[in-house]
Write a protein that binds this ligand. Structure first.
Ligand SMILES: CC(C)(COP(=O)(O)OP(=O)(O)OC[C@H]1O[C@@H](n2cnc3c(N)ncnc32)[C@H](O)[C@@H]1OP(=O)(O)O)[C@@H](O)C(=O)NCCC(=O)NCCSC(=O)CCCC(=O)O
Ligand SMILES: Cc1cc2nc3c(=O)[nH]c(=O)nc-3n(C[C@H](O)[C@H](O)[C@H](O)COP(=O)(O)OP(=O)(O)OC[C@H]3O[C@@H](n4cnc5c(N)ncnc54)[C@H](O)[C@@H]3O)c2cc1C
Length: 674
């Protein structure tokens, strides 16, 4: 390119070959995932600053650190980032200070700095989210500057030992005392102990606390309150507060997830988070426009999780795809050289649909984000909240679908790397353990599927009456007059195959619900007796949304023909991969015939072969820095074996030839057997 310096970087011959021919403009794809050219530039600039800073390196691999060292190391880096971003003049053009920090934590770079959780994550995520989304303007003016500057550090404490899912079952109470104009925050039982919040154990000095609001003996349900947990400067826990860390977890062990108990702690009335509901001095309760507005921070976080898991899938696919191009194993033809494992169709079937999934997730998440912003705008204007059920149902559906798809996908990427994928130095284990909790937090997935099903059944009944439908279920209109069979296997044909399957499943489950009701079963019990089927239909509806959004995003795409062409192929792959995985459902509903399924399976094989030569270029286009990947198997240069060997040398057991443990245990045993 004229005027542009092309950087020549070393990579192994296998990857050189893969990169020699690329049919599309990689930079254009990079820009899609950054959200524009300018953002790509900003991210690269931040990367250069962050990755060249020795203070942000780990002194030893975190796997060899103790529990306390991991926490301390991450906290050190998190605070360093905060201070550096506040003052570094290089960061002024992206807003500097808090804006730059927010930018960084809302990008894939967060995984590069904090490899296994970050004690300040909840501060930047849900604490600031609660301040900005749930507080009145006066309250924001008081709390936002303190939180942004780091004068106070906060978290979001909702879940208790006894209840995570069922918010109405929370036991922490906030009882209004009109005499002193205060709330009394109290944990009446052991199960009322707050349990899980990130950064709660040792880091946070404040928390947004979800508690049952009691005024004059009446319970108004869960509401958010700001409570100071620790003293300023000494950081000692305040009177009436018992707080600590909950102990090791499957992953994310650098975060100090905590517990918290209150013994009649008094806070000023104005510490109730009051954008939506209020309590006046005389104890009058002012109702919000919708009781569910206080769940807003969860909705925002569910949208964020869709992006977050997408970044995790980008990392895992990049690692597995590069490795598949470098690794040689077995024979395709007897006596021939061992092929790159990516030549095996089964290997292509592991990586390529997951690369396509990255695009599918991204486009659907983007649409969801726009719905969120639209609803937020309406809330701020005080206009109607018509889109709220749509936002709730779609955010539940996509959070549940993507967290599951990505967790499963990462597991497939690990398996695709054979034994080496099990090594911590491949980074796949940690990518897995930090992604799988997203299936539980911010709404356990089964519970979210049931929320989606509730919306679907309601909408289905509405459609039968000819009522108004929300955008994601507009296809329910006229469902009684539709035939089930689809005749064309184009993308739009397959999308309508999904629509018809959802409707067929809904019809069946609605009938079962009706039958149980007629037999005298209470609705809630009938619902429970149908809930496996209800979850299944919710999942198919979610897949429909994602397929539909992918096709729609490409129809609007205005970039180059090379990129358009490769994205068309990826979209087709995603559609056929999804439909063939769900073929039992589509066959049962009558949308597809066995012959049509065979045709799709044939096309799937052809697509894998067509996309195979682009695999490495496709993951290169995600433009993930080696520090973001942090993997012996996935680095840009493909120098896998030297990296594996060098990482093994870092094991503390290799510091000496014969470890002390030998003299303590093995030697006596081996001697006695002489
Ligand atoms: C399961 C539900 C949704 C049930 O709520 P409920 O109040 O019992 O509701 P219900 O009486 O059954 O009524 C349901 C009704 O409320 C609606 N609704 C429910 N949630 C929302 C919402 N967010 N926006 C808009 N509407 C909402 C539903 O659609 C229902 O409406 P409908 O009656 O059908 O018209 C709720 O309890 C819930 O969201 N539970 C999940 C808890 C959760 O997500 N906790 C997150 C804790 S923070 C965390 O995990 C942070 C991790 C982050 C990290 O570490 O990075
Ligand atoms: C890493 C991590 C970080 C977290 N961070 C935070 C945080 O910062 N702040 C915070 O407040 N919380 C946090 N949490 C807590 C998290 O939000 C809860 O764990 C989650 O909401 C699930 O609730 P639970 O643990 O009570 O599970 P439960 O609800 O007890 O779920 C157990 C089982 O019961 C089933 N079940 C429950 N209810 C129903 C139902 N109605 N119908 C059918 N099945 C049902 C579920 O499907 C599941 O199979 C975190 C959790 C994790 C793992």
């Amino acid at each position: 390119m004229a005027g542009k310096q092309v950087q020549v970087r070393f990579c192994v011959p296998d990857l050189q070959k893969e990169r020699a021919n690329c049919s599309f403009n990689k930079e254009e794809i990079t820009n899609i995932f950054d959200g524009g050219e300018h953002n790509t530039e900003t991210r690269r600039k931040l990367q250069n600053i962050i990755f060249s800073d020795p203070n942000l390196q780990d002194p030893i691999p975190p796997d060899y650190m103790s529990h306390e060292q991991r926490y301390e190391n991450e906290l050190r880096k998190a605070v360093y980032v905060m201070k550096k971003f506040m003052t570094d003049p290089q960061l002024q053009d992206i807003g500097g200070g808090p804006e730059a920090i927010k930018w960084m934590y809302n990008s894939i770079l967060r995984h590069a700095i904090h490899k296994d959780g970050n004690p300040l994550m909840l501060h930047f995520g849900m604490f600031l989210g609660a301040i900005m989304g749930q507080m009145s303007e006066e309250q924001q003016a008081e709390w936002l500057p303190k939180a942004m500057s780091g004068e106070i550090i906060g978290t979001y404490t909702q879940t208790e030992l006894g209840h995570g899912t069922f918010l109405r079952g929370l036991e922490t109470t906030a009882t209004y005392d009109p005499v002193t104009d205060e709330f009394i925050i109290h944990s009446p039982t052991i199960t009322a102990t707050k349990w899980w919040p990130g950064g709660l154990g040792k880091t946070s000095s404040f928390a947004v606390v979800m508690a049952q609001l009691h005024i004059r003996g009446q319970n108004y349900g869960p509401h958010p309150f700001v409570v100071q947990l620790r003293e300023h400067v000494t950081h000692a826990s305040r009177p009436g507060i018992t707080v600590g860390e909950i102990g090791p977890r499957l992953g994310l062990n650098s975060n100090d997830n905590g517990f918290l108990r209150f013994d009649n702690v008094r806070i000023p009335r104005t510490n109730m988070v009051m954008k939506h509901s209020k309590v006046l001095k005389d104890g009058t309760y002012v109702k919000p426009k919708s009781a569910k507005l206080s769940y807003g921070v969860m909705v925002l976080t569910r949208v964020g999780i869709c992006y977050d898991v997408c970044w995790q899938l980008m990392r895992a696919t990049t690692i597995a795809t590069r490795y598949a191009a470098v690794r040689h194993q077995s024979e395709l033809e007897v006596g021939e050289a061992e092929p790159q494992i990516i030549e095996y169709q089964t290997q292509q079937y592991k990586v390529l649909p997951m690369i396509a999934s990255v695009y599918a997730i991204w486009f659907a998440a983007d649409t969801l984000r726009h719905t969120y912003m639209e609803v937020q705008k309406n809330i701020n204007k005080g206009s109607d909240l018509d889109l709220l059920p749509e936002l709730h149902a779609s955010s539940c559906a996509l959070k549940a679908l993507f967290s599951t798809d990505v967790t499963d996908g990462i597991s497939v990427m690990r398996l695709g790397c054979g034994g080496h994928g099990y090594l911590a130095s491949s980074n796949l284990p940690r990518i897995y353990t930090s992604t799988t909790p997203s299936q539980t937090y911010e709404g356990e997935n089964t519970v979210l599927w049931l929320q989606v099903a509730r919306f679907l059944i309601k909408s289905f009944r509405e459609a039968s009456k000819g009522g108004r439908l929300q955008p994601s279920v507009a296809y329910f209109k006229n469902h009684q007059t539709q035939t089930r069979r689809i005749t064309d296997l184009s993308n739009s044909g397959l999308v309508s195959g999904y629509e018809r399957s959802v409707l067929s499943m809904l019809e069946a489950v609605a009938k079962q619900l009706q039958q149980y009701s007629e037999e005298g079963m209470r609705y809630e019990h009938a619902w429970n007796a149908c809930s496996v089927r209800l979850v299944n239909v919710a999942k198919v509806h979610a897949r429909y949304i994602v397929c539909d959004q992918f096709v729609k995003a490409l129809a609007k795409y205005e970039g180059s023909s090379g990129v358009r062409q490769i994205m068309d192929q990826l979209c087709r792959l995603y559609m056929i991969y999804s439909v063939t995985n769900d073929q039992g459902i589509l066959l049962k509903s009558g949308a597809l015939t066995p012959d049509q399924c065979n045709l799709l399976e044939e096309e799937l094989g052809e697509l894998l072969a067509a996309l195979r030569p682009e695999a490495v270029n496709l993951v290169d286009a995600f433009d993930l820095h080696d520090e973001v990947l942090d993997s012996t198997l996935g680095a840009w240069d493909g120098d896998v074996y030297n990296r594996l060997y060098n990482e093994a040398m870092k094991s503390p057991l290799n510091k000496v030839d014969v470890p002390d443990a030998y003299y303590k245990y093995l030697q006596p045993l081996m001697k006695s057997n002489l």
